[in-house]
Every structure is written in structure tokens, then in C-alpha cells.
Design a protein around this ligand. Structure first.
Ligand code: CTP
Length: 406
């Protein structure tokens, strides 16, 4: 058990899900670690767990919509927001949607809008709901604002354990660990003043006004690098191809379409940069001739002439100077060898090698499992980590290579 040094105030919001029954254990674990807990239960949560169980476990009153507007010096959604961390246990699709859209019509949501401390979501819902694009879009929005997520886990869930798949809420000990981590001192601002350029997402190479060549890159890895660099104090420019992720606050975002546009944006941002991280999945080819008008189909086969796109990382490598350059590579075979050759050819300091065929870590996933490969062929296998953790490690590696600043 990891005890907390001071007595930090932690807000625990309990959502309407079967997992609400685990909320008292979460409250007890947090109190055992020295947290001063405040609880809010949504109307839906109180269908699953009684107010009495929650107030007993919290050793204090439970904030509910019914007492929200009782006369008191300060409104409940403001007093309960003055905390060092907030955690939403049994987070339902409804709460995620409300928070992602700034709703304030119930105490839990109004309080979340007022919280300035880090927020951790611990979702619990069935797999069909969790994987629904509407829910995932809300999760992406919240992540973009810096909210953290724990789970949901794979396993049995539901009243009779009838559900199987991703959707089960993480266990109270894991939740208490994650809240403790949120309360730990902020990450070092070791990139204060460092100018970082990150490219992300796919490019689109139009054949005519309505057809293009592209790839399924989600942009999540690049956004994670940009956000982690921002949080460590860097001045960040994020150049991204078409992705569904919203602009993260606190950094410069340049949206581009084609590889040629990506090249212009990256090269101009890189002029004053100390570190360039190329996570973009750049299309290797574009149409030799782009048709200005939509091409109607014809009988039989058609031939499309493609011309190679410039290699942006290699171009940066040719005029490297003191800039640190990091690339990504995707290989299905002879990964390390090929990635080392790529790092040499492009003059990159190192390359993170991905495996597109590994489950959960390929295009669009939340995690990544990479191997760091240096131009001399030496390498390190990193474990499967969240994209944010991969980003943090990448930045620590890159930071070691930056010239010493005075
Ligand atoms: N990259 C780039 N410009 C390109 C293509 C790729 O800057 N036109 C960058 C990517 O952002 C990535 C790295 O180079 O950081 C490796 O990309 P990859 O496509 O794997 O390399 P290629 O040299 O295209 O290798 P392959 O021959 O395997 O396709």
C-alpha cells in the first residue's frame, strides 16, 4: 500500500452502473491511504447502491441531486470541486457524454465542470456500449483535455456475470493506485523552452476531387507525444493529417491533407526546432497527375500512375544540425534490422518500431508495443504501454540527446 503524505481531498463520483457496488471499497481504500474523500452519487447510481452504504464508507454525507440546492454558504458543486484529484467510478456512457459536452444539469456533471484538479475516469459498461463510436468519441474528447482513464478491463461483468468482453470496471486497489499516482508530484518540466515539432496521423493523396489514397492512422500516438511534451514544458507544434481527434489545448495545431502539405508545414516549423518526432504515416506515393474532375468509371481495369512523395524525415536528416530526430517504423518482418537501416538512411537519432499485426497495439489502439532501434542496430524492447507512456519514454530518450542548455 502506498500511503499519501498529506491529507489530500479526493472527490469520488459514483455513476449509474452495476459497478457502483464497488464504490464503498474504493472509498475505504482511499481513506486507508490517508485521503479526505468527498462523494457524489448520481440518481442512477442510487438505483444500484444506497446512500447509507456510501456515507458509511466515506464517513461523511453524500452529495446528491436532491440536496444540491439546499441553502448553504457555497453551492455543493463548488465545494466538492475543491479537491486535489477527482475519480469517477462506475463511469457510465451517460456521464462520459455529459462531461464531453459540457453539460451541467446534474450535480456530478456541474462539479466535474468546476474541478481544476486531474480527473480519472473508471468506466464500466457492456462491450457494445464501450466500443460504440459515440462513446469512443467522447473518451477521445476527454483524453484531449487531459482526463485520464483506467480500464475498462476484459472479463465477466453484469448482474449475473453474463457479459463477457471489455467493459468490466477495474478493481478498487487498482483504482486507489491510479488515484495515488494522480496525486504524485507533477512530471518534471524537463523540456521547458525546448521547441518540439510532432507530425501525426495519415496523409491523403487525392486522385480526383473525391478519391484518395490514405491509411488508417488514428493520430493517437502523435497527439500523445505532443501532449506529453506540452506537459513537460515544451513549446509544441503538432502537424496533423485528417484525424477525428480535437485540437489539444496549449499547443499549436496545423491541420494538413497531403504529404506535400505535411512537408511544407513540418519543414517550416522545424526551422527553429530542437526536436522533431515524425509519427505521421506519410503516404509513400501520390498521383502523378491529379484529375481536377471526378473520373467516371470505365469498363475494365484502370492504371493509376503514382509518383514517390518526398521523404520528410530523410530531408530533415540531411540538414540535421543539433536537432534531435525521431522516427517511427512499421515492419512485419526483420523489424530491428530494417529499422536500423532506416534510422541510418534518414539520419534519425532513433526509431520506434511498431508491429501492425499485434492485437491492441496496431492502428487506432490505445496501447503500443514498440522497440527502440538505434542506427547502430542496438535496440530495446519496451513492454506494452499506453500511448501516453510510450510518449513519455520517447521524450526522456530524446531529452538525453538534446544539447545541454545554459
Ligand atoms: N516518413 C517521412 N516521409 C515519408 C515517409 C515516411 O517523413 N515520405 C517518416 C515517417 O513519419 C516515419 C519514418 O519516416 O517516422 C518511417 O516511415 P516508413 O514509411 O516506415 O519508412 P519508409 O522509408 O517509407 O520505409 P518502407 O520502405 O518500409 O516503406
Amino acid at each position: 500500500m502506498n500511503a499519501l503524505s498529506a491529507k489530500p481531498a479526493v472527490l469520488v463520483i459514483v455513476g449509474g452502473s452495476m459497478a457502483a457496488v464497488k464504490a464503498p471499497s474504493v472509498l475505504r481504500r482511499l481513506r486507508e491511504r490517508g485521503a479526505d474523500v468527498r462523494v457524489i452519487a448520481t440518481r442512477a447510481a442510487l438505483q444500484f447502491i444506497t446512500e447509507l452504504s456510501l456515507s458509511t464508507a466515506a464517513d461523511g454525507p453524500v452529495g446528491t441531486d436532491d440536496h444540491w440546492f439546499e441553502a448553504r454558504p457555497d453551492a455543493l458543486h463548488l465545494t466538492h470541486a475543491r479537491v486535489e484529484a477527482a475519480v469517477v467510478v462506475g463511469a457510465s456512457a451517460e456521464l462520459l457524454a455529459g462531461a464531453a459536452h459540457g453539460h451541467a444539469g446534474e450535480l456530478a456533471l456541474a462539479t466535474l465542470l468546476s474541478v481544476r484538479a486531474p480527473v480519472l475516469w473508471v468506466p464500466a459498461m457492456n462491450e457494445a456500449m464501450w466500443t460504440n463510436p459515440a462513446v469512443q468519441a467522447n473518451v477521445s474528447t476527454l483524453r484531449g483535455w487531459g482526463h485520464r482513464f483506467l480500464g475498462p478491463e476484459e472479463g465477466a461483468f453484469g448482474t449475473r456475470g453474463e457479459g463477457q468482453g471489455v467493459g468490466r470496471m477495474s478493481e478498487p486497489d487498482a483504482i486507489a493506485d491510479a488515484v495515488t499516482a494522480l496525486l504524485s508530484p507533477a512530471p518534471p518540466r524537463d523540456l521547458e523552452g525546448v521547441r518540439v515539432v510532432v507530425s501525426a496521423g495519415p496523409t491523403r493523396e487525392y486522385l480526383d476531387p473525391v478519391r484518395f489514397i490514405s491509411n488508417p492512422s488514428s493520430g493517437k500516438m502523435g497527439f500523445a507525444v505532443a501532449q506529453a511534451a506540452r506537459d513537460r514544458g515544451a513549446d509544441v507544434t503538432l502537424v496533423t493529417g485528417p484525424v477525428t481527434l480535437p485540437d489539444p489545448p496549449g499547443l499549436r495545431v496545423v491541420r494538413i491533407g497531403s504529404a506535400l502539405e505535411l512537408r511544407d508545414a513540418v519543414l517550416s516549423a522545424a526551422l527553429g526546432a530542437d526536436l522533431v518526432v515524425m509519427t505521421a504515416a506519410v503516404a509513400d506515393y501520390r498521383a502523378s497527375q491529379q484529375n481536377g474532375e471526378k473520373q467516371a468509371k470505365v469498363a475494365g481495369d484502370v492504371t493509376v500512375h503514382l509518383t514517390p512523395n518526398p521523404d520528410i524525415l530523410a530531408e530533415l536528416g540531411r540538414e540535421k544540425g543539433r536537432r534531435v530526430l525521431v522516427g517511427f517504423a512499421m515492419e512485419t518482418h526483420a523489424g530491428v534490422e530494417r529499422a536500423a537501416l532506416k534510422a541510418q538512411r534518414k539520419n534519425a537519432d532513433f526509431i520506434l518500431l511498431n508491429y501492425p499485426t499485434r492485437e491492441g497495439t496496431a492502428f487506432g489502439g490505445e496501447d503500443n508495443q514498440v522497440t527502440l532501434v538505434r542506427p547502430d542496430g542496438s535496440f530495446e524492447d519496451w513492454p506494452r504501454l499506453s500511448k501516453r507512456e510510450v510518449a513519455e519514454r520517447l521524450l526522456s530518450e530524446a531529452a538525453r540527446r538534446l544539447p545541454v542548455r545554459t
